[in-house]
Design a binder for this molecule. Sequence first.
Ligand SMILES: Cc1ncc(COP(=O)(O)O)c(C=O)c1O
Length: 367
Amino acid sequence: MPNQVVYVKDKHTKLFIPGPTEVKKEIIEEMEEWMFGHRSEKMTELFTTMTEDTKKFLGTENDVIILSTSGTLFMESSIMNCVDDKVLCSTCGSFSQRQADIAERLGKNVDRLEYEWGKAVKPEDVREALEKKDYDAFTCVMNETSTGIRNPLEEIGEVMKDYPETLFIVDAISALGGDYIDIEGSNIDVIFTSVQKAFAMPPGLAVCVVNDKAYEREANSKSASWYAGFQRNIDYYNKKGQTHSTPAISLMLAYRKQMKRMLEEGHKVRDQRHKDMAEYTQKWAKKHFDMFPEKGYWSQTVSTIKNTQGLNINELRQEIDEKYGIQFSNGYGKQLKEKTFRIGHMGEHTVEDVKELTDAIEEVAGL
Ligand SMILES: Cc1ncc(COP(=O)(O)O)c(C=O)c1O
């Protein structure tokens, strides 16, 4: 058992970690409603509104599945549903490695296209690998949260166009909603996210966008997830406008309201706000430290900064939390824990908010 940490209710700590992110008070309050049945008309109205608004926000004609789960389930089910035999998994950090590990655990025949942590997946390498062997699917993370890399999905998608039998599966968990991607235009067959990241909602729901090709693949595949089966979820929605089992109704109330906010802001405007935050953070990092990931592939939602000043990141984090009620993240995993630190600038934050954090770091670290 880890040491118990004192939990103080109602203390608001502003989150600049790469998820969960800040949730607006009015969105939290939206969950305070009496329960209703998940087979009621009220539920149909709630679930169809959320689903159709999500399609509109993402600008996709593909099917949208919203499930009560964290995003990892879609990492698993996209493999179960779409891969009978061989899958090529690109790995460039912890989460893309998790995707390959999941595929292996499911007994699939996995080849890894491996990159050092901090490097991006290159389209020409993907082409070279796909030329050598036939794969049921290729997996790629859009935004590697452990290293702060944004992979060039749009260019990789151009490659995937030449291999139509290989489905393009994308983990966009720390990107979607804060970094615009043209799903159909990038030839993506399956793409998923968790709502506690750039959607700025409480954790507990995940979203998966599935095209007809992936839906058909599942119909003919030997294995498929029951709970996160594409067909079961999409068919149930099309027939009843509801979920196949009891969903997290309170979270869905929050989702409906937050998705309306996101629609109001607009995907492109939201994308620009995230670009602005990323540029501000990168400029600040270069002034005082250095960026960790490969140049040209810096994430729009999370900046991984090299600890060139040899600061004690844990002490710094603790002091900033106590003094200012603000949290940011240390580096990910054993390799990057003290060597880097991460600033999550996604969801509802603005440049002014990020400046509040960087000012606090400057003050406490005496930069
Ligand atoms: C890129 C990426 N993939 C997968 C996950 C796992 O998502 P979840 O915790 O919602 O299952 C995360 C979480 O940080 C992530 O950033």
